[in-house]
Design a protein around this ligand. Structure first.
Ligand SMILES: Nc1ncnc2c1ncn2[C@@H]1O[C@H](COP(=O)(O)OP(=O)(O)OP(=O)(O)O)[C@@H](O)[C@H]1O
Length: 332
């Protein structure tokens, strides 16, 4: 893996206004993403996990400017793209693609597979029609589909095959960065691993960088180099995969990991059951947003929001159990 940054995310926020009353005044905000900073390195896969509503999709959409941030910056290959006008953004659009959870909803049912894969190339307008046809066939073969598939329509394919079509379409602009927004969550478990393997092969072949969003830690385990755990619009922990799975630091990560079935039968994990539901992102708890459900909560957690702190090896956690003073006390 290279160590050059492809994306730099600085203090990113997305607050959606909540309208109320007869004149539809703004009465509050959903803090979908609330002050997030991290980097994505060239060639890596960063897994992003968290419960439904923790802000994963909103974050992904802001990274490729499908959604404008409320505050903060996104740098793509060193260039600040946060406020780039559409005209300047257009050449960069081909570099960034997204594969969605439901390939049936994301693929226009009235277009043939060939047209679906060709469309982004037409928009880009860099290839002649014959070259585009050649590309369509090559891409179909790369994702494991027959050449004949180009004449058929999405409904003629299974879920796994449709996701292969969506991946071929995403690849048609020769992107460098792909966001998978739960791309295998709707598929049968046996099909999930086939699509994950395909994505890994394509990553090697085309030098792709992935952000891979999932609910489930077991889904991102194989494909990720690092994993970010989100809770109520913030990053609770971001670390190398092995650290996340073997020695999770944040009590929230520990709870998520305890729910992943262990492959090692000699190591039976005790499942940590979290109390209560995910609080509303329109009215998040004070201090550490996780304190209302945390089995290791202290008084300080209720008032003081922990910052994401580097543990000295690039792995970062936002928890008062590991803030600087605490670490110093342990060292003394
Ligand atoms: N366009 C919008 N307007 C208002 N609120 C929104 C909008 N989009 C998302 N939200 C809210 O922002 C919060 C984060 O949503 P988001 O979809 O990013 O979470 P998620 O972690 O991807 O969840 P899921 O796994 O269910 O997709 C949720 O409370 C959601 O209701």
């Amino acid at each position: 893996m290279q160590t050059k940054k492809l994306l730099e995310v600085k203090n990113l926020k997305k607050y959606f206004p909540i309208k109320g009353g007869v004149i539809q005044r703004t009465v509050g905000h959903v803090k979908a993403v609330d002050d997030i900073s991290f980097d994505i390195y060239k060639g890596e896969t960063l897994g992003v996990v968290g419960e439904s509503g923790s802000g994963k999709s909103t974050l992904g959409r802001m990274l490729i400017r499908l959604l404008d941030p409320t505050e903060g910056q996104v740098y793509f290959d060193g260039q600040d793209i946060t406020n780039l006008p559409n005209r300047k953004l257009r050449p960069l659009r081909k570099e960034m693609q997204m594969v969605f959870q439901d390939p049936y909803a994301s693929l226009n049912p009235r277009m043939s597979v060939g047209e679906l894969i060709e469309e982004p190339m037409i928009v880009q307008n860099t290839l002649k029609p014959k070259e585009r046809q050649g590309q369509v066939i090559e891409l179909l073969n790369k994702v494991g589909l027959n050449t004949d598939a180009r004449l058929k329509y999405p409904h003629e394919f299974s879920g796994g095959q449709r996701q292969r079509i969506a991946i071929a379409r995403a690849l048609s602009t020769k992107p460098t960065f792909i966001i998978g927004d739960e791309p295998v969550s709707a598929l049968d478990v046996s099909i999930q691993s086939q699509v994950l393997n395909l994505m890994e092969e394509l990553q090697d072949e085309f030098n792709l960088t992935y952000l891979f969003i999932a609910h489930d830690l077991s889904v991102v385990r194989h494909i990720s180099d690092r994993v970010a755990v989100m809770y109520l619009g913030r990053i609770a922990e971001i670390a190398q995969k092995d650290a996340i799975y073997k020695e999770p630091l944040h009590p929230y990560t520990q709870a998520l990991i305890s729910a992943v079935p262990s492959t090692d039968v000699t190591k039976k994990r005790e499942k940590i059951k979290l109390k209560g539901d995910l609080p509303s992102p329109s009215n998040p708890p004070t201090g550490c947003a996780f304190h209302t459900r945390c089995p290791k909560v202290h008084e300080r957690c209720k008032v003081d929001r922990p910052e994401l702190t580097d543990m000295g090896n690039g792995n970062m956690v936002a928890c008062h159990l590991y803030t600087n003073e605490q670490l110093q006390r342990i060292a003394e």
